[in-house]
Design a protein around this ligand. Structure first.
Ligand code: FES
Length: 102
């Protein structure tokens, strides 16, 4: 069973942006999309470890700031023709606070 940990208020995550949370499992980037959905993934691009949290969010995807791979935030998969996958975490909002499952 996973533990839910609180990572702060929903409002602290900028729209079309991300917040990084340091955890025992490494840095996790929590993205907020334009339609206010949240996605939590490892903050390491599956290509060469770029900080996805500093990438450009569009739709439900993020473009890595280093070499522009696109990562689907819902599946964690890099989009073709690139191949790779980033670890995902469950995320939810309760009473305005964001929680992720480790
Ligand atoms: S490290 Fe992300 S595209 Fe290269």
């Amino acid at each position: 069973m996973s533990d839910w940990i609180s990572v702060g208020p929903f409002d602290a995550i900028p729209a079309l942006g991300a917040r990084v949370v340091a955890t025992a499992q490494g840095d996790i980037a929590i993205f907020r999309t334009g339609d206010d959905q949240l996605f939590a993934v490892r903050d390491r691009c599956p290509h060469k470890g770029g900080p996805l949290s500093e990438g450009i969010v569009y739709g439900h995807s993020v473009a890595c700031p280093l070499h522009n791979w696109s990562i689907d935030l819902a599946s964690g998969e890099a989009m073709a023709p690139d191949q790779g996958c980033v670890g995902r975490y469950a995320v939810k909002v309760e009473e305005g606070n964001v929680l992720i499952a480790l």
